[in-house]
Design a protein. Structure first.
Length: 114
């Protein structure tokens, strides 16, 4: 798997007592504080619903995706900025001498100037 570039957050809303979609698709199950947490999504796939005991919560996948897109954009801008700075530094750096020429000049002296 690729390197992690960011951690993202999305608001979690408590939805206990409010009617939700009747059809939910199971995604995962976790144990939280000794109680089974069911993670489900609606048929549209835009919201995750978490049921923990008698409590219900919802997370918008659209909010999560938008936040992820912003994090990816910032990461890509950082890569571009680094490449531009590296390119600018390369142009302003003095040229490295040819190792063969430096060796010859060191041992035999520089060529006579006319």
């Amino acid at each position: 798997m690729a390197d992690q570039i960011a951690l993202i957050e999305a608001p979690i809303h408590e939805t206990t007592g409010t009617p939700g979609p009747r059809v939910l698709h199971d995604v995962a199950r976790f144990e939280i504080l000794g109680v089974l947490c069911h993670v489900r999504t609606n048929p549209e796939g835009d919201t995750l619903f978490l049921s923990v005991g008698r409590r219900d919560f919802a997370v918008s996948l659209l909010d999560l995706a938008a936040t992820a897109a912003l994090a990816v954009e910032a990461h890509l801008k950082g890569e571009i900025r680094a490449r531009v700075l590296e390119s600018q530094e390369a142009r302003t750096r003095p040229a490295r001498p040819d190792p063969d020429t430096v060796f010859a000049e060191h041992h035999f002296g520089s060529a006579p100037k006319h």
